[in-house]
Write a protein that binds this ligand. Sequence first.
Ligand code: ATP
Ligand code: MG
Length: 170
Amino acid sequence: MSISLKNVNKIYKIGDVETYALRNVSLEIKEGEFLVILGPSGSDKSTLLNVISGLDTPTSGEIRFNDEIISNYNSKELTKFRRDNLGFIFQQYNLLQNLNVRDNVEIGACVGKAPFNIDEILQKIGMEAEKNKYPYQLSGGQQQRVSIARSVAKNPDILFCDEPTGALMK
Ligand SMILES: Nc1ncnc2c1ncn2[C@@H]1O[C@H](COP(=O)(O)OP(=O)(O)OP(=O)(O)O)[C@@H](O)[C@H]1O
Ligand SMILES: [Mg+2]
């Protein structure tokens, strides 16, 4: 699977205020590549990730996954595309507060076509003993590890990670 962006622009509009976030971004990501986006706070990293991954739409420009031009998709088509192909680790963990650790990870696994074993993942991230706890009972780093496990569980073709280790020591 390869990804390409051509002349992608993103302008946030709130009332009369316009924030020009992405300006003519073109890039290509090839199968097997591991790409890191670095920059100071407010330099549009999350915006770029959200737009590439179809969580948000560009104001103009083209985003292509193999032969599929996802920048033309409507929100229903985008949702299906994300569910079938992508994993996303959010900067804000977005755990479901009324589900325990194991159920949060299971939610991720159950939208995948070839998901990983949930208990093996919990063991890998060192959260087996915490599996019955709820997000509010966890430390920041523990919540982040659960959020990583949830995204990895579905075994996605591509994993987008927005500062996935900001709260981890190792
Ligand atoms: N939904 C939004 N509406 C309006 N402006 C936004 C929105 N999201 C982001 N911005 C603006 O776009 C710019 C880039 O924000 P973004 O979140 O992409 O930065 P970032 O590089 O991920 O920063 P950080 O390292 O702090 O996470 C900022 O000026 C921000 O104020
Ligand atoms: Mg960010």
